[in-house]
Write a protein that binds this ligand. Structure first.
Ligand SMILES: NC(=O)c1ccc[n+]([C@@H]2O[C@H](COP(=O)([O-])OP(=O)(O)OC[C@H]3O[C@@H](n4cnc5c(N)ncnc54)[C@H](OP(=O)(O)O)[C@@H]3O)[C@@H](O)[C@H]2O)c1
Length: 291
């Protein structure tokens, strides 16, 4: 039940590991500001940080994990294989996993995602196989994808079956990460994942700040005595998603984690959702299988 969530709530992944239901994003956080922002997030209670090689700040997150004094086992750290590397397939992805471990200075990464589905079928299969091997070697705990359309997801299931036949283990999809908010609800993706118990993470959960003042959003914020950002992140949690709000501002980092003393009604969750398809970030989902 949504009302029983708290900042320590987790979701049990198909890998068997637990993921905190609230994450902290560091896309566009400058490398030199990342350790401080991550430490602020730990202070506010977040235990889940979402980075990526493409963000050039894996080192800052690793530094914060060490400086925090929090046991490594209590922190969930995500990185991603950049899309040009996915294009390079198996070998390039294997190399990138080593690079990401070294850059963050960690013995293992909790979650590694393929950042986007570009590169064609053979490259995607090779990149996935490299992730599966890294799990077998204990370098990564859980694996998943980001920005895959349903056609890419169906293909991935086929690749998993092929790899199982070829080598005995095709790996398990634990997480998918997508731009999701009331102006880009992606219910087809949410349904695909729900049927398979795959955790669905929501990026750009406060729409990168582009929807402040929306009539319904403002009304709900006033009604609940909360900020518009808190309403949007709460919407995400109540949709069963794992929101990843980003901020470098200490007061906002705290505000975005202060979500557990109110609840939207089911009608309010539905009222906020629109039929618009208006992503604010990139949108690789629609790319063809050959691209
Ligand atoms: N897989 C992917 O392809 C992908 C793509 C995009 C993002 N992501 C992940 O998802 C995370 C979040 O997405 P995002 O960074 O695109 O967008 P977001 O979290 O929706 O928005 C971040 C922006 O909103 C501002 N903000 C945050 N909280 C606020 C608040 N309470 N009040 C007012 N403004 C607020 C931030 O400003 P300040 O920082 O200046 O405070 C920043 O400019 C990323 O950091 C990344 O980890 C993944």
């Amino acid at each position: 039940m949504a009302s029983s969530y708290n900042i320590n709530s987790t979701f049990k992944l198909n890998s068997g590991f637990e993921i905190p239901r609230l994450g902290f994003g560091v896309y566009q956080t400058p490398p030199e500001a990342t350790e401080q922002a991550s430490l602020e997030a730990f202070k506010a209670g977040y235990r889940h940080i979402d980075s990526a090689a493409a963000y050039r700040n894996e080192a800052g997150v690793g530094d914060a994990i060490r400086a925090s004094g929090i046991p490594r086992s209590e922190i969930f750290y995500t990185s991603k294989i950049p899309s040009p590397v996915v294009r390079g397939g198996y070998e390039a992805t294997k190399e990138q996993i080593e690079k990401s471990l070294k850059t963050a200075g960690l013995d293992y990464i909790d979650l590694m995602l393929l950042h986007a589905p570009y590169g064609g079928s053979a490259a995607r299969k090779g990149a996935w196989k490299a992730l599966v091997e890294a799990v077998e070697e204990g370098k990564i705990r859980s694996i998943g994808i980001s920005n895959y359309g349903v056609h890419h997801l169906d293909e991935l299931e086929q690749h998993i079956a092929e790899l199982k036949a070829e080598r005995g283990n095709g790996g398990i999809i634990s997480v998918g990460q997508y731009e999701i908010h009331p102006w880009c609800a992606r219910n087809d993706i949410i349904d695909w994942f729900a049927k398979r118990n795959i955790a669905c993470e929501a990026y750009s959960p406060v729409v990168q700040g582009t929807r402040w003042g929306d009539k319904t959003l403002a009304k709900l914020a006033q009604k609940h005595g909360k900020t518009e950002a808190q309403i949007l992140i709460r919407w995400s949690l109540q949709k069963g998603l794992i929101p990843l709000p980003k901020s470098v501002t200490p007061s906002r980092i705290k505000e975005n984690a202060d979500l557990y003393n109110f609840e939207l009604s089911q009608e309010e969750v539905a009222e906020l959702e629109t039929d618009e398809y208006a992503p604010v970030c990139w949108d690789p989902l629609k790319t063809g299988l050959d691209n």
